[in-house]
Design a protein around this ligand. Structure first.
Ligand SMILES: C[S@@+](CC[C@H](N)C(=O)[O-])C[C@H]1O[C@@H](n2cnc3c(N)ncnc32)[C@H](O)[C@@H]1O
Length: 300
């Protein structure tokens, strides 16, 4: 599907401009409770999930896919350490953005207490990692694999889940976090999927879609809802630079405001502030950024 903007020119995906992508993602983190709701989950529910992995081993293998700057990964590794003190960890980081990988390395360098973890930096996409793993014919297995807010960027989320699930060791867990099907994102994508989602490089996929997929394959899983919000008020001020960055993040389109047709722009902005997607509170427009967590075991 070719996405068309003004003058029939194709809309470019934000993913093609890593610098702008990272700036818009950073602003999104500032304007939302995205990481806070993940931290709440990591400290309340994740410890029980992590306590069951490893099967008594003295060494654990972890794989983080699309780790970004690693803030959330390190919080999870900290909980893992609390549940399995004295255990060494091999942590494979799979992240294609050199900027993000650099930020992650800087964060780790500031924490000497992480010396029980060996970090392996894989500057590559999930599918490149899969290809390399298969070529190496390794028999290595993983105890904990996570893919947090990244399945949008793979060509075939179902195949990616199957591959990483196949790497799980006995009692291993695969943790996926995506936006919930009931979030504002879900509503936006249900209406504008064809205009906004270039399925070659980005999928408008929610935990609702993943649950349906797993149900259809008979794969069992546990799931959790993470309530979250995002202040999108600036998107409605014409010419506001930050509003434009946030709009790029919401639509995944590079320079959405400048390149989308007036009809698409008006339609998207109207839907974004519609009660289906947002609520208005004290003059602010608060977008529903609810997330969902899915936890999958090793295949039977
Ligand atoms: C929305 S960010 C999430 C980062 C982090 N997991 C978090 O929640 O803070 C998505 C991350 O996935 C990475 N990414 C994009 N395409 C990818 C791919 N094909 N395979 C693996 N990671 C990818 C991006 O570089 C980015 O760091």
């Amino acid at each position: 599907m070719l996405l068309t903007g003004i003058m029939g020119s194709p809309l470019k995906s934000l993913v093609h401009d890593d610098d702008r992508y990272q700036r818009s993602f950073h602003l999104f983190l500032e304007r939302s409770s995205e990481h806070q709701c993940m931290r709440d989950f990591i400290h309340s529910k994740l410890p029980d999930i992590l306590s069951s992995i490893g099967d008594g081993k003295s060494h654990l293998n972890v794989i983080g896919v699309g780790s970004g700057a690693g803030e959330i990964d390190l919080e999870m590794l900290n909980e893992l350490h609390k549940k399995h003190p004295g255990v060494t960890v091999d942590n494979e980081v799979v992240e294609p953005s050199s900027q993000q990988l650099h930020n992650y390395k800087v964060l780790v360098s500031q924490k000497p207490e992480l010396n029980y973890i060996k970090f392996t930096w894989n500057k590559m996409t999930a599918s490149e990692f899969e290809e390399r793993w298969k070529l190496s014919e390794t028999t290595k297995k993983a105890d904990f694999i996570h893919m947090i807010q990244m399945l949008y960027y793979v060509k075939d989320p179902g195949a990616t889940i199957s591959f990483f699930q196949s790497l799980l060791d006995k009692n291993g867990k695969l943790l996926i976090i995506l936006v919930s099907g009931e979030s504002g994102w879900g509503k936006l994508w249900r209406k504008y999927r064809h205009e906004l989602c270039n399925t070659e490089i980005s999928q408008c996929v929610t935990t609702g879609d993943i649950k349906s997929l797993l149900d259809s394959k008979g794969v069992s899983y546990h799931s959790f809802d993470l309530p979250s919000q995002m202040d999108i008020t600036e998107c409605f001020t014409e010419g506001d630079e930050k509003g434009e960055l946030l709009l790029d993040f919401l639509t995944e389109v590079l320079d959405f405001n400048k390149t989308a047709s007036p009809e698409l722009k008006d339609g998207v902005l109207e839907l974004l502030r519609h009660p289906d997607c947002s609520m208005e509170s004290e003059g602010r427009v608060i977008f529903n950024n609810n997330l969902g967590v899915i936890v999958i075991d090793k295949p039977n």
